[in-house]
Design a protein around this ligand. Structure first.
Ligand SMILES: [Zn+2]
Ligand SMILES: [Zn+2]
Length: 189
């Protein structure tokens, strides 16, 4: 397992099960204590976890609210967007649809925005991600949007399920266009 994805999983585990000792973490992930200490140090440096009485836990108030701040659905974390704001506040959305919609509604500029690749679940810098908007399938919000780490995977997905392959700024425009198109149709009824 790559360092990055193991660290992501350490954070998930601490979120779900509370505090753990480094030994427990090493056993869970089948790696040496030295490797776990390296992960802990890095996550501590990023301000995501803290050490207390020989255990490791998520930093207080670190976990973003469990609710999508755009549509208020519960976030299951599989396709979420997390906005790290300059004030230290974190916000998340249920899926890339709401993630793209969120860019216009933030009160502060985000310092970083993370999402996950739809196929691999690896973390993706949302600003550099590729998106398929308006595909025929919508596992969460509609019109749907899917995030990918690279353009090629996004293209293959769009070949099968339709939708447009777009960069972040194009995807933000496209989702708004589809939403307002949807509103117009409703008004005609
Ligand atoms: Zn949402
Ligand atoms: Zn959603």
């Amino acid at each position: 397992m790559k360092d990055r994805s193991r660290r992501e999983r350490i954070l998930e585990l601490l979120k779900e099960e509370g505090e753990k000792t480094p030994k427990e973490l090493a056993a869970t992930f089948g790696v040496s204590l030295m490797t776990i200490y390296r992960d802990i140090k890095e996550l501590e440096r990023e301000g995501l976890i803290e050490r207390k009485h020989g255990t490791v836990k998520l930093k207080e108030n670190d976990a973003p609210p469990k609710e999508c701040f755009i549509c208020h659905k519960d976030v299951d974390g599989r396709q979420n967007f997390i906005f790290f704001l300059r004030s230290g506040k974190k916000l998340q959305t249920c899926c890339p649809h709401c993630g793209l919609m969120a860019f216009d509604r933030l009160e502060e500029e985000p310092e970083a925005v993370l999402t996950k690749d739809f196929i691999t679940s690896n973390p993706v810098n949302a600003l550099d991600g590729w998106y398929v908007v308006g595909a025929k399938v919508a596992p969460c919000c509609s019109p749907s949007a899917f995030a990918f780490a690279d353009r090629e995977t996004a293209r293959m997905f769009a070949k099968g399920f339709g939708g447009k392959v777009l960069s972040l700024s194009e995807a933000v425009k496209e989702i708004k266009r589809l939403m307002s198109a949807g509103v117009r149709v409703e008004l005609k009824l």
